[in-house]
Design a binder for this molecule. Structure first.
Ligand SMILES: [Zn+2]
Length: 415
């Protein structure tokens, strides 16, 4: 993993001059409202055209493949996905950087300081919808490629820039579509880096996620007046017993995996639906939910059957009927090993470029990397972000765009 320090320095110095360029690209991208049809938009086609034009005209990129997912809900009829490739010294693998083109709606406009679709630059930050999520990734990867082109230096391996649709509303027309229909685009040797989440210091490299299990409990007893409990069956009391009893989940599924933060599976009662509207009625029905985040070492079915068992015991003891359903469940994708080459290379690049101590970690669940991991490709999620995404006054720091671009350049130089 030796790298030529002089070339790295030249690339970094060049990237340091790209501040204005970053603003220019962010300005153009933000003005194009790439909202999915679910969010009342026309999709990503116009944004894809801008990126395509930038790749060909500014970067002279000749290898661009299109994987358009048909979608007749949008005017163009397709949800575009673009895979561009900058040739490297050898073709054994491709260093992919994947960003998504779609954005979420701005929400309450009165909470924004300015029009969300017109960028505002202040204190080294670019404000606007999409500037961080995920245009930071789009721009930093484009600038990495630009630096190699302008330095007239080939990356060690092919540098692949992947721009996908539909990340915010399910990925069915984006990376899931590509992996279903064109998974030969990737090899097991490839590096897949997804700059779509991170922390302020840029020290978290996400390699794994927990499984998600949401549980709905409907406890059915018998409603009666608050003064005559003997005539009814109190569903609220049965619920309370059930919640207390379900704390056994923490003992039963107690594996500790230090890759994750927190390192354990979690089983938490969350939402509770309103039962009776007044104090002097004993509820005959009580509905509540659990949000469980489960380490990949467990099968969701093991958890489910233990939940069933505990629930049946409470049913008998409390003389109620309890219906269980699962509004959402995702088994954890197999983790990307912390010693996978993409992880080692990225950690090395981050620590040398940013002078911090990065760490490979697992999180609570729900990242787009799971689609790659499901398909047995190693993928990591990393960026340096204040995580202002989805809120009003979303912004990206220009320095973060440039530093992330340098980190990618470092990875692309490693032999
Ligand atoms: Zn995102």
């Amino acid at each position: 993993m030796d790298i030529d320090k002089t070339i790295l320095k030249n690339l970094c110095n060049r990237i340091d001059t790209y501040g204005e360029e970053a603003i220019k690209i962010e300005k153009a991208l933000t003005a194009i409202q790439a909202l999915s049809p679910e969010n009342g938009g026309v999709g990503e086609s116009e944004k894809a055209e801008f990126i395509q034009k930038y790749l060909t005209e500014e970067l002279g990129c000749k290898t661009i493949e299109h994987y358009n997912a048909p979608d007749d809900r949008v005017p163009s009829g397709v949800r575009p996905n673009i895979a561009a490739r900058l040739k490297g010294k050898n073709v054994e693998k491709t260093i992919w950087i994947m960003s998504h083109m779609d954005v979420v709606p701005p929400g309450d406009l009165s909470k924004w300081t300015n029009d969300p679709w017109t960028i505002r630059v202040e204190d080294g930050k670019i404000f606007g919808r999409g500037t961080e999520d995920n245009q930071q990734g789009i721009v930093s990867s484009l600038l990495t490629a630009k630096a190699f082109v302008e330095e007239n230096h080939l990356p060690e391996y092919d540098l692949g820039l992947l721009f996908v649709s539909d990340e915010e509303t399910g990925n069915g027309y984006g990376i899931e579509y590509i992996l279903k229909n064109h998974s030969d685009l990737f090899t097991n040797e490839d590096f897949i880096i997804i700059p779509d989440s991170g922390n302020e210091a840029g020290t978290i490299v996400e390699v794994a996620e927990k499984g998600i299990l949401w549980i709905r409990f409907e406890v059915i007893g018998k409603q009666t007046h608050g003064s005559t409990p003997e005539l009814g069956i109190n569903a609220a009391r049965a619920s309370a017993h059930l919640v207390t009893s379900l704390d056994q989940l923490y003992d039963k599924f107690n594996v500790n995996d230090p890759v994750f933060d927190p390192p354990i599976s979690t089983f938490e009662p969350t939402q509770k639906e309103a039962n009776v509207p007044n104090v002097n009625t004993i509820p005959g029905q009580d509905i509540f939910y659990y949000d469980c985040r489960i380490l990949p070492s467990y099968d969701l079915s093991e958890v489910k059957s233990f939940v069933q068992q505990v629930t049946r015991e409470i049913e008998t003891k409390q003389k109620v009927e309890i219906k269980i359903s699962y509004p959402q469940e995702f088994a954890a994708a197999p983790p990307t090993p912390t010693d996978a080459p993409v992880v080692i290379s990225l950690l090395k690049a981050i620590s040398e470029i940013k002078n911090v101590k990065p760490k490979a970690m697992g999180i609570g669940g729900g990242t787009v990397a799971a689609f790659f991991r499901e398909a047995n490709f190693n993928a990591v999620v990393w960026a340096t972000q204040d995580e202002t995404l989805h809120g009003p006054d979303e912004y990206v720091k220009i320095d973060n765009i440039l530093d992330d671009a340098k980190v990618f350049a470092h990875v692309a130089l490693q032999k």
